[in-house]
Design a binder for this molecule. Sequence first.
Ligand code: KIV
Length: 290
Amino acid sequence: MNASSPTPAPTQASTTATLYGGVTNRRVTVRDLAAAKQRGEKWSMLTAYDALTGGVFDEAGIPVLLVGDSAGNCHLGYETTVPVTMDQMVMLSAAVVRGTRRAMIVADMPFGSYQESPAQAMHNAARLMKEAGVGAVKLEGGERSARSIELLVEAGVPVMAHIGLTPQSVHAFGGYPVQGRGDEAAHQLLRDAKAVQQAGAFSVVLEAVPAELAKQVTEQLAIPTVGIGAGVDTDAQVLVWTDMAGMTAGRVPKFVKQYANLRAVLGDAAREFAADVSAGSFPAPEHTFK
Ligand code: KIV
């Protein structure tokens, strides 16, 4: 299904089936995710930045795909997420929507696209929904973003919040340190989690948070928590796809598990192609028109 074909309304039956295999003929919705939390079903989220990889993950049954502003470092060649623009997010998100049929597509609101005011947040969330066709947006910040989340939710925009380590604040943090360590920081994280739930967020990402604290937050919230570097007890887990599949060059963070070594596989394929061309063995007769 793409941005131009309407998503059928969820039925009672489809919100009680499992996310895996239970939702096949329409996109996953916020109601499906709420029902999964009720059942205690854990789910997975991956980032995607284009139609091709989005389609692969959709076919693999990943229920939620995040067009993360991690596109900045993982796809567009920037050092951080800070330079990513709204125009870039709209273009990447639209591609992921076009390449998928079933997954809920969540688009990140990039740095500078929502911090000025709730009205600015609304303007840019509307662009992601109208121009790219995404089903939800994600923005960083707990208590500090609550007013914007409230306005978006009132206007009918599903919002995923993101607290703990918020990469758009990399320059303020002086890097990517683990958050929520110590009593005061832990209390602030809990306040942030409750504030975004109260504001109407349908889910919240907890990034780089001690596992025991993430467990407490998960137990205290009615909405699903999505962990990244937050231990095993969150309701869902997200990884950046290039980390998960071994495309990232160099060191990956401690919380990443690499499920493949795609960088080596692709590099080997490219080297083999170049060697065949140099040797004159490609194209062979079977690749040649007569
Ligand atoms: O941009 C991103 O990929 C993210 C995830 C790390 C949650 O925000």
